[in-house]
Design a protein around this ligand. Sequence first.
Ligand SMILES: NC(=O)c1ccc[n+]([C@@H]2O[C@H](COP(=O)([O-])OP(=O)(O)OC[C@H]3O[C@@H](n4cnc5c(N)ncnc54)[C@H](OP(=O)(O)O)[C@@H]3O)[C@@H](O)[C@H]2O)c1
Length: 328
Amino acid sequence: MRVCQFNRYGDSSVLDIVEKPPPARAKGEVVVEVKATSINPLDIKIRNGHFFSYIFKLPKTPGGDVAGTVLECSAESKFKKGDRVFGFVMGGTYVEMVAAPEKNLVLIPKAVSFEEAAAASGSAYTAWQALDVDSLKSGQRVLIHGGSGGVGHIAIQLAKAAGAYVITTASAGNFQFVKELGADEVIDYVIADFVAKLKGKPVDLVIDSIGGDYNARSMKVLKRSGRYAHVLANGYARLGYGPNVMGPLLETRDILYGLLMRLLRLGPMYHIVAAHNDLDQLSRIAGLMASGKLKLHIDRRFPLAQVRAAHDHFEFGRPRGKVVIDVK
Ligand SMILES: NC(=O)c1ccc[n+]([C@@H]2O[C@H](COP(=O)([O-])OP(=O)(O)OC[C@H]3O[C@@H](n4cnc5c(N)ncnc54)[C@H](OP(=O)(O)O)[C@@H]3O)[C@@H](O)[C@H]2O)c1
C-alpha cells in the first residue's frame, strides 16, 4: 500500500510516498481501506519539528482523521466488511489502509460523503469538547476565536445549534463565511482589538484556538462565572511558535497563571482542551451532519500523490474550514 511519511523534520518537501506492506489487525481492531483523511495543524507542527520532536520515531506518517470502508474485522466485530466508517486514530492516516481500534470508529451516515466525514472527527471533537456542548445554555454569549478555521467553523455551528449568541474573530475576507455559518457578530482581528470591542459586554465562554497572547487577553472579556477553553493552539493557530522559545515560555506562564487563579477561585473556569475519542460524541456529530445541522466546509481536496501541495495550501493558502486528502 502507499504510505506518506517523512524521515526528517522540515517543510513539505520532506513528505514522501512510499510502498509498505498492509497493516496487520490486532485484537479489537479493524482494517480500514482509507478513502479520505484531512489535515490538522498538528500534522504541520509535527512535520516542521515544532511539536515535541524528540518524542517521535522517524519515519513518521502524519494524520489522525480517517474515513473509509471496513476491509477486515473479527466475527465478533460491531462492523462488517464494507461498512463505511470514520473516526480519529493515532499513528498516521495518510495511508491506503490502517488498522484502527473499532472503539474509535462509527458508521458514516448515508447522506455524508467520505470527504466530509474525514474532515470532521479531530476538529469536531475539539469544537465539541471545548464548547462542552451539553453544558451550553440558550442565550449564553460565546466568543470563538479563529471562526473560519477547522475547529472554529464547526464550533460556530454547534454553539448556534445550542442557542448561544456567537461572537467570532476572523479576517475581513472571511466575514461572509462566518456569518453564513451563523455568527451573530464578527470582529476583524486584523484591525480591531477584541478586548476593546467587548468592553462592558463580557462573555460566558471563550474558545481559544489561536493561542499566544489571546490567552491573557481573552481572560479580560470573560464574566467571572465564565469559562476559558484553551485549545492548546501552541502559538498562533496553524503556524505554531516555530523556533521562537519565548512564545511557549510566555504561553506556559499564562496557562499556569490562569490555572492558579482558578484554583484560588479568583478567576473564571480554566479549561485545557486536549481532544480525545468519545464514541457518543462522534455519533451525535454524525447525526448532526446527517440532518444538515452541521456542515463541514471543505476548502480544497488533493490526491495523496499531491500531499506536499496539500500541506503547502494548508500552511500558507489561508484555507477556510478543512483541507482534505483523497486517498482512494
Ligand atoms: N487541543 C487539541 O486537542 C487540538 C485539536 C485540534 C486543533 N488544535 C489546535 O487548535 C488550533 C486551531 O486549529 P484549526 O484546525 O482550527 O486551525 P486552522 O484551520 O488553521 O484555523 C486557524 C484559523 O485561525 C485564524 N486566525 C489566524 N490568526 C488569527 C488571529 N490572530 N485571530 C483570530 N483568528 C486568527 C485563521 O483565519 P484567517 O485565515 O482569517 O487568518 C484560521 O481560520 C491549532 O493550533 C491546532 O493545533 C488543538
